[in-house]
Design a protein around this ligand. Structure first.
Ligand code: ABU
Length: 567
């Protein structure tokens, strides 16, 4: 049994939770009326739009009586210090309880909607987005919390299979909340001692799991998303092959060429553009019928690059492509990188989680030969957004490449070992402690818990694929999906007898968008669709929530069939 399955849902008794706060609010309202009377204010002026004002606001008013803290129209102070004074405890607890009840549990219950959909123009009318001169009452703020939850997509809902993330892991959630409460910025040991050492531990363990030599020797960082992690790979590769570029930039340099597959994540091209390479210098290698980078095309493109006297810089391979979930041939790519002295990067943002499983890690054979790897625990391992890592076998390159030695942050004459001031190897300055939620999950579940999680979602994707094969009207894009994204068409009965000509494909192209619209308006599930090269729109189901079982897989098929059969 997975550790997460042991998590008992707490059945809330609303009265027991809110009664003390509600009573507190009532008592404070009385106090405020008395205060207002004493101040010669009309009682109506001392009450608020959404009920009685709270003790905490009063408390801060009285505690800040010397702060030019005037009573404003709704009876509340206009200035509240950014400090959780004791008077705020009731408000914070009430809000957190509400979030737990509505967003964490009710919002992810299978009987609830995944989304309550409204067009933007309608949502603007339904939701109070406006910012005003005067602050709102605590009750209004709680109302706004509830409305925010109500109109938001419940990405933790089991029927949200739309993106490469989903679920609400209880340990990750608590971890995320703790880091928000402590609010560190992980750049120096002095302000983030625990998280600095935690990053070292987690990144080291991830490198060992990747299989880098010398027991995972190397370096790594937590970064804001897989796109930026892929950008770090480009930056490190550039430094390795053209260290003078740190000072001189790429002006007058021989063009450096990046190779990646046509199915790779768009971030490789985006970051190359952002870093001044230019999109022309990102060569898109053709994929084969399984969605993997074609090694023969790669070799041809490298040769073409050499013929032009350009410098082949790096190959960014993909382990788990965004749409088809294909794993590139990492061993073959590594041989070519070795032959041409190129940096080998593996974007395993999506498929990296499979490394946790003895059964599925073979999908990434050869990753241990890479120079660098992107691996996002917020994807297949279900950590909360965001949790993204860049790992490299090279111990110095990140620091050498990115450091600028800002004297106001990275003073070398500090009283402790300043090698633990890790911030200078990042391009960010302020940085969230994304490590904690992942470390906390890992502590709770153990590596074996992650393995069980990964194997559960792979098992469900195989079950879904098998059931899909048996159903009339459903057709797979890839015969044997490798990862837990499964791509397929639903062909409604009205099209099933048609000849497979252009007219058929034009009609099929319109089916997935129609079904998607119907499911969102109904709120019954969310699954994405896309075209790919010449293929008409098809669905992509993504599984990474290990609470999903066989009945959920049947639900997905049934729902698509129900919504699409009349098209
Ligand atoms: N790297 C994010 C990919 C977006 C998605 O398809 O879910």
């Amino acid at each position: 049994m997975l550790a997460s399955e042991n998590f008992q849902i707490h059945h809330y008794n609303r009265n027991s939770i809110y009664k003390p706060y509600d009573e507190e609010l009532a008592s404070m309202a009385k106090q405020l009326t008395t205060t207002a009377d004493a101040a010669g204010l009309d009682a109506a002026q001392a009450t608020v739009e959404y009920g009685n004002p709270s003790k905490q606001m009063l408390g801060s008013s009285s505690s800040n009586s010397n702060n030019n803290n005037s009573i404003v129209a709704n009876g509340l102070p206009s200035f509240v210090v950014s400090h959780p004074s004791a008077e705020f405890e009731g408000f914070i607890r009430a809000c957190v309880d509400e979030i737990i009840q509505l967003a964490v549990f009710q919002g992810t219950n299978r009987s609830s909607k995944v989304v309550e959909w409204h067009e933007p123009v309608e949502l603007r009318k339904l939701f109070d987005f406006e910012l005003r001169d005067q602050g709102e009452s605590p009750d209004k703020l709680r109302h706004l919390l509830r409305e925010t939850i109500r109109f938001s997509v419940k990405t933790g809902h089991p029927y949200f299979v739309n993106q490469l993330y989903s679920g609400v892991d209880p340990y990750a959630l608590v971890g995320q909340w703790l880091t928000d409460a402590l609010n560190p910025s992980v750049y120096t040991y002095e302000v983030a001692p625990v998280f600095t050492l935690m990053e070292e531990q987690v990144l080291g363990e991830m490198r060992r799991i990747v299989g880098f030599p010398n027991n995972g020797h190397g370096d790594g960082i937590f970064c804001p998303g897989g796109s930026i992690a892929n950008g770090y790979a480009i930056s490190c590769a550039r430094y390795q092959y053209a260290p003078e570029s740190k000072k001189n930039g790429l002006f007058n340099a021989k063009p450096l060429i990046i190779f990646t597959s046509e199915d790779a994540h768009y971030s490789v091209e985006k970051l190359a553009m952002f870093m001044g390479f230019g999109s022309e210098h990102v060569r898109k290698i053709a994929t084969n019928e399984l969605g993997k980078m074609s090694l023969s095309d790669l070799e041809e493109q490298i040769q073409l690059c050499l013929d032009n006297n350009w410098q082949p810089l790096m190959v960014s391979a993909t382990a788990g492509t965004t749409v088809l979930g294909a794993f590139d041939d990492l061993l073959g790519i590594s041989n070519l990188c070795q032959k041409h002295n190129m940096w080998m990067h593996v974007d395993a943002a999506w498929g990296g989680g499979a490394l946790m499983s003895k059964k599925y890690r073979k999908l990434l054979n050869g990753i241990e030969r890479a120079d660098s790897v992107t691996w996002n625990p917020h994807k297949l391992l279900s950590a909360s957004q965001q949790c993204s890592t860049f790992l490299t076998r090279h111990t110095q390159v990140l620091s050498q490449c990115h450091s600028t030695n800002a004297a106001y942050l990275f003073q070398k004459d500090k009283f402790y070992d300043t090698s633990f001031d890790t911030g200078d190897k990042h391009i960010q300055c302020g940085r969230r402690a994304d490590v904690f939620k992942f470390w906390f999950m890992w502590k709770a579940k153990g590596t074996r818990g992650f393995e069980a999680h990964v194997e559960q979602v792979f098992e469900m994707s195989e079950y879904f694929t098998n059931k899909l094969r048996e159903r009339p009207g459903f057709e797979l894009v890839l015969d044997k999906p490798e990862c837990t994204n499964i791509t397929f068409w639903y062909v409604p009965p009205s099209l099933r007898q048609m000849e497979r000509n252009q007219e058929f494909y034009d009609k099929l192209h319109k089916v997935a968008p129609k079904i998607k619209e119907a499911m969102i308006k109904k709120g019954s599930m969310m699954i994405t669709y896309q075209p790919l090269r010449k293929l008409p729109n098809f669905f992509r189901l993504v599984l990474q929530n290990s609470c999903l079982d066989e009945s959920d897989m049947l639900y997905f098929l049934n729902e698509i069939e129900t919504l699409g059969q009349k098209l």
